[in-house]
Design a protein around this ligand. Structure first.
Ligand SMILES: Cc1cc2nc3c(=O)[nH]c(=O)nc-3n(C[C@H](O)[C@H](O)[C@H](O)COP(=O)(O)O)c2cc1C
Length: 340
C-alpha cells in the first residue's frame, strides 16, 4: 500500500472531508460539523498560510554526515518529534462508520509502529475518553489521553481512571471551551482556571501534564506556574475561534515567555517534514498533526498512519540535511527566516 492509495481509499470512508491534495482549510471553511475551521474558517487557513511565511535557509557546505530526526518525549525516545493530535467525532465530524474506539486503536498502533506516540481525544460520551485510555494502558501506557475541560464532576470521572494505570503523559485541551455543543452537555465544558490546572497536576503526581490550547505568552506563563510539564500551542485547528492568529505566528513570544521551563509542542496545519522543521527552528520541541493522520487511519488503518509518519520523518531528515542540522537539538532559528 502506498500513501497515495491510502488517501484515495480514505475518500470511501468519509462523507464530509474532501481529502484535498493540500489540507489547508479552504475547501471546508466553516464546516462544523465537518472538518473545517469555525465561522469563515480563517483561523485554520491562517495556520497554513503563516507556515508558508517561514522559509528554510539552505546551507549544505558543512560536511554533514548524517541527519538523525529522533528525539525525546518526557524520557521516552521517539523516531521523530511528531505525534498524532487527538481527534474525536468519526461519525459527526467525518461522516465515517468507524467507532471512536476503532479510530483510537488504529492511530495508537500506527504511531507506535512508526516509533512515536498518539494523543487520544474526548467527547460528550464518557466512552470516547475511557476506551482510548484503556487502549493506552494495554499498550504499556504509550499514548497521551487528552481530557476536555469539563466542570469538576466530568474531570473527576475521567481522572478516576488513573487508578487503573498510568499513561506516559496526560493532556487537557483547555481551548475546547470554545466548542459550543459541549457547553450545553451534562456535565458541561468550561473555561479552566490556573487553580484547576494546579489541582490536576497535583493529582497526576509524576505523570507529565500537557496543556493544549495555549496561544499567548500570558497563558503559557500561567500554565507553567500551575505546574504544566508541557504545553501545546494550538487553536484547535481553527475550530474554536474565528479570526485567531496562526499558531506559528505566536510561537516565538511563547518560547520567550516559557524560557525552557516546560516542553513546547505546537499544531495547526503542519503537513510536511519541512513544516515540522520550521517549528523546531523557532523553538518548539515537537509537533502534533491532526487531520491528515485521521485520513491515513480511515484509508489505511494502522498501516496508513505508520506510512504517514514515515513520510514526515523522511522529509524532516531531508530538511535537516539541507539546512545543516545533524540532530533535532542542532535545529535553530538561524536555519529559517520569517517573511512578514
Ligand atoms: C474533527 C476534529 C476533531 C477534533 N477532536 C479533538 C479532541 O477530541 N481533542 C482535542 O484536544 N483536539 C481535537 N481536535 C483538534 C486537533 O487535536 C488539532 O489541534 C487540530 O486538528 C490541529 O491540527 P491539524 O491542522 O493538523 O488538523 C479535533 C480536530 C478536528 C479537525
Amino acid at each position: 500500500m502506498t500513501l497515495e492509495e491510502v488517501f484515495e481509499n480514505a475518500k470511501q470512508h468519509t462523507r464530509t472531508c474532501r481529502v484535498c491534495r493540500v489540507c489547508n482549510g479552504k475547501a471546508c471553511a466553516g464546516e462544523i460539523p465537518g472538518v473545517g475551521g469555525k465561522g469563515t474558517g480563517s483561523s485554520f487557513i491562517r495556520n497554513a498560510e503563516a507556515l508558508k511565511n517561514v522559509r528554510l535557509r539552505m546551507n549544505v557546505l558543512i560536511g554533514l554526515k548524517k541527519a538523525d530526526p529522533s528525539a525525546d518525549f518526557f524520557g521516552h525516545k521517539v523516531s521523530l518529534p511528531v505525534y498524532a493530535a487527538p481527534i474525536t467525532g468519526m461519525g459527526p465530524q467525518y461522516g465515517s462508520d468507524i467507532t471512536e474506539k476503532e479510530y483510537a486503536k488504529r492511530v495508537l498502533e500506527g504511531a507506535s509502529a512508526a516509533g512515536t506516540y498518539a494523543f487520544t481525544g474526548d467527547g460528550k460520551d464518557f466512552s470516547f475518553f475511557e476506551d482510548p485510555f484503556r487502549l493506552i494502558l494495554a499498550q504499556n501506557g504509550e499514548g497521551i489521553p487528552t481530557m476536555k475541560p469539563w466542570v469538576k464532576k466530568g474531570r473527576d470521572r475521567r481522572t478516576d481512571l488513573l487508578k487503573e494505570g498510568k499513561p506516559i503523559a496526560f493532556a487537557t485541551d483547555i481551548d475546547a471551551a470554545g466548542l459550543l455543543f459541549l457547553r450545553d452537555a451534562d456535565p458541561a465544558i468550561t473555561n479552566l482556571s490556573a487553580e484547576d490546572l494546579a489541582d490536576l497536576k497535583k493529582m497526576l503526581g509524576t505523570v507529565p501534564l500537557i496543556v493544549k490550547g495555549i496561544m499567548t505568552a500570558d497563558a503559557a506563563k500561567k500554565a507553567v506556574e500551575a505546574g504544566a510539564d508541557g504545553i501545546v500551542v494550538s487553536n484547535h485547528g481553527g475550530r474554536v475561534l474565528d479570526d485567531a492568529e496562526g499558531t506559528i505566528e505566536v510561537l516565538p513570544e511563547i518560547v520567550n515567555a516559557v524560557k525552557g521551563r516546560c516542553r513546547i509542542l505546537i499544531d495547526g496545519a503542519f503537513r510536511s517534514g519541512a513544516d515540522v522543521f520550521k517549528a523546531l527552528a523557532l523553538g518548539a520541541d515537537g509537533v502534533l498533526i491532526g487531520r491528515p493522520v485521521a485520513l491515513a487511519a480511515l484509508g489505511g488503518n494502522a498501516e496508513g498512519v505508520k506510512l504517514y509518519f514515515e513520510k514526515i520523518r523522511t522529509e524532516l531528515r531531508e530538511a535537516m540535511t539541507m539546512c545543516g542540522a545533524s540532530s533535532v537539538k542542532e535545529i535553530n532559528t538561524s536555519m529559517v527566516c520569517v517573511k512578514k
